[in-house]
Design a protein around this ligand. Sequence first.
Ligand code: PMP
Length: 457
Amino acid sequence: MTEPASAALPAVQEGILRRQSLRESAARTYARSLPIVPVRARGLTIEGADGRRYLDCLSGAGTLALGHNHPVVLEAIKKVIDSGAPLHVLDLATPVKDAFITELFATLPRELADNARVQFCGPAGTDAVEAALKLVRTATGRSGLLAFTGAYHGMTAGALDASGGAQDVRVTRLPYPYDYRCPYGVGGERGAELSARWTESLLDDPKGGVTSPAGMILEPVQGEGGVIPAPDTWLRRMREITAARSIPLIADEVQTGVGRTGTFWAVEHSGVVPDVMVMSKAIGGSLPLAVLVYRADLDVWQPGAHAGTFRGNQLAMAAGAATLAYVREHRLAERAGVLGARMLGQLQGLAADHPCIGDVRGRGLMIGIELVDPDAAERTVSGAPPAAPALAAAVQRECLDRGLIVELGGRHSGVVRLLPPLTLTDDQAAAVLDRLADALSAAERSPQRRQRTGQSH
Ligand code: PMP
């Protein structure tokens, strides 16, 4: 963290933050827990209006595969601008879009790429989820949906219904394998297998109350739900179960895609080939872009079935194509896998000294640290201690004080999340973990924390 360059800078920042709290919506989110005003950014680093610097392990909620303002991304954007190409073209064909599709298809599992279609959506993950639901409902003529506990798919109506916590009679909620809080009390592969069996028996039970499903939607690693990687065997079981019943499988790779988990797409770990893939965040190279890729035989919806004005963002396609190519050429997925495994190991070491770390988990550079109250008298059904959201919030604040931006997630917001860029160096990783360890110790010591109850189950 650097000192402010001039005494005037903190006042500028405070003014902006004050006006934000007066003028912006009560529904604002990150702005509440991260009261900073970014003015410059490069790679892992963000600089605030007060001159302070932060290591950004939020990365635009997992969007910035190459970090902030990567030179190849800036170059790609400048090239389009300098060429005089139109920036807004609805869904018309352009050379920029053509190149993006070619690059995107080159990353797909072969079996899907050979026979895929792509739908450009409104530029948010949630709109691509809406499109996915519409696509499978049209193709199957069925209306139900299979979705999972703890899922997060977005904030528009259909995506929200598919997310855990929502209620829609058409959605059947199935257990996502959550090792640390396994509802069967066994965890591991066995817990995941029991989840799969529950799914199977429910689908085949004529009195199971399942609305005939048009599709199953899942995240290969739940992100907002608390960084919960699904075991590969479980994912293969979901593929078998859906294939046997002609239910399209939709992989929501909005957060897990583009190398984040150690393979280009997270489904590759298991070898599962979904029928539909939802993609956003990193595919736009830091600019808004969302697409749906799916098997050609599902392509029976009508022209205009999923229209929208902003489906032709040329700058995002150029930035996205440059990002996809860079991740592929520099084998950043592999790098994320190796570095992520090392960081997980180090965090597990840290857990040995901090009983409030209930679980450390993740895949690649998608890492979660679940904080708990180890002294609580009660235990949850899984046998794990209750979550400690107040402590997690305190850790986030202490991190910010030490120049580190982290995200929170999980069912009770008790999981500290790291989503650094895939370009993270070894030294940067060490600095991130140092600051995090320090913040954790400070939050544990904080007297407010001891007074605050804030625990939940
Ligand atoms: N799906 C997943 C798995 C996500 O993580 C998110 C966003 N966190 C979304 C969908 C929604 O994306 P957006 O916020 O761009 O609508």
